[in-house]
Design a protein around this ligand. Structure first.
Ligand SMILES: [Zn+2]
Ligand SMILES: [Zn+2]
Length: 356
């Protein structure tokens, strides 16, 4: 990645002369710095935590970012009509966020893909500037009421990495979600071998490979496979695959998503399933919450169930991304907001991309 400022900085120190790319740069970061928490790796970025640095250097007590910044309670995953299977205007999504008391929302509509792949469930390449404009207009309209941000849900397809990187770098995105949609006909055709177990292994491997590209901030709905072939879904075996996937994700510093859309599908549980959350917490992998709303009424939908499950699993914070930088939000702030929310079962998303 020529011209990458983080990589350039690392090279300029003279300590890491061979460092040419973000994934390579990760290998040069001293492990002690990472484990001390002074430096965090996030999607190939290095984030210095000034509070931890002060504590390490001078023995200052641990300070939380939340002491100096207002917590940002965002729904970080929702769509727009440009993908062809979501309804409502962008302002309807922002209105619903205001109504529920959220501080902000991130539109993360389905990215265009090369070669016309699954074109019927995503915006066209030439619509990307229109998408960016629509989000900017919504952001201006809701200024001071709801912090509207620009994101993208990007399908990870092996072989498309450089095309995806070009799309990601073409616009000033706040947040990039990487997804594997095992129900996409093209993914199914490429990897389905008439064996649900083998397909499950492939699915979790693809998700790990997505994290390892360094292109994404978060991997979406990391057990969405279960909504595609629920009847065949072997929870115990897939838990083992999930553990292997998590070990690889933990090495990358990429986040995982707590995606509440599973609650309105026949599985009726969040992604990942509540019993998988402690495995994520144990490995110190950060989590971002999103509704995956394709209907304005679903903004923030299921967040009470999601937050309760995360608390039960031992999480103390969630992350939110703006300008590709993460901010920690105490789970207690979320608990206070969502304590009396309920979710709306009647708004099942269309089956085209999402199974069910
Ligand atoms: Zn998705
Ligand atoms: Zn969708």
């Amino acid at each position: 990645m020529p011209g990458d400022p983080e990589v350039g900085l690392l090279r300029e120190t003279g300590l890491f002369p061979a460092c040419k790319s973000r994934p390579a740069a990760k290998e040069f970061l001293p492990k002690e710095l990472v484990s001390s928490g002074v430096v965090r790796r996030l999607g190939g970025f290095f984030l210095f935590n000034p509070f931890t640095l002060l504590r390490e250097l001078f023995g200052f007590p641990e300070l939380s970012v939340s002491l100096v910044m207002k917590p940002s309670l965002f729904d970080s995953h929702m769509h727009t009509p440009l993908c062809g299977h979501a309804q409502g205007e962008l302002s309807d999504y922002a209105d619903e966020a205001c109504r529920k008391g959220l501080d902000g929302i991130i539109f993360t509509c389905h990215t265009p893909l090369p070669d016309g792949m699954s074109a019927e469930v995503r915006m066209k390449a030439e619509e990307l500037p229109e998408y960016v404009d629509r989000v900017a207009q919504c952001r201006a309209e809701f200024k001071g009421r709801c912090d509207v941000r620009l994101g993208l849900e990007v399908d990870f397809v092996p072989g498309y990495e450089s095309a995806l990187e070009k799309i990601i770098e073409s616009q000033p995105f706040d947040y990039i979600i990487g997804s594997v949609h095992p129900h996409l006909p093209e993914i199914r055709d490429a990897f389905w071998k008439e064996d649900p177990i083998a397909y499950g292994k492939t699915y979790f491997d693809l998700q790990a490979r997505a994290a390892e590209t360094g292109l994404f901030d978060t991997i979406a709905h990391p057990d969405v496979l279960k909504i595609v072939r629920w009847a065949d879904y072997d929870k115990a075996l897939m838990k083992e695959e999930f553990a292997r996937f998590l070990d690889r994700v933990a090495e990358t510093g990429v986040c995982l998503e707590c995606n509440t859309s599973g609650l309105i599908r026949k599985v009726q549980e969040i992604h990942p399933a509540p019993d998988l959350l402690p495995m994520i917490a144990e490995r110190g992998i950060p989590v971002v919450i999103g509704s995956d709303a394709h209907d304005p009424l679903r903004v923030g939908d299921g967040f009470r169930e999601g937050v309760e499950a995360l608390a039960e699993a031992g999480f103390k914070e969630l992350l939110v991304f703006t300008e590709r930088q993460s901010q920690s939000v105490p789970l207690d702030s979320w608990k206070a907001l969502v304590a009396d929310w309920s979710y709306c079962l009647q708004n099942e998303a269309p089956a085209s991309l999402h199974g069910g």
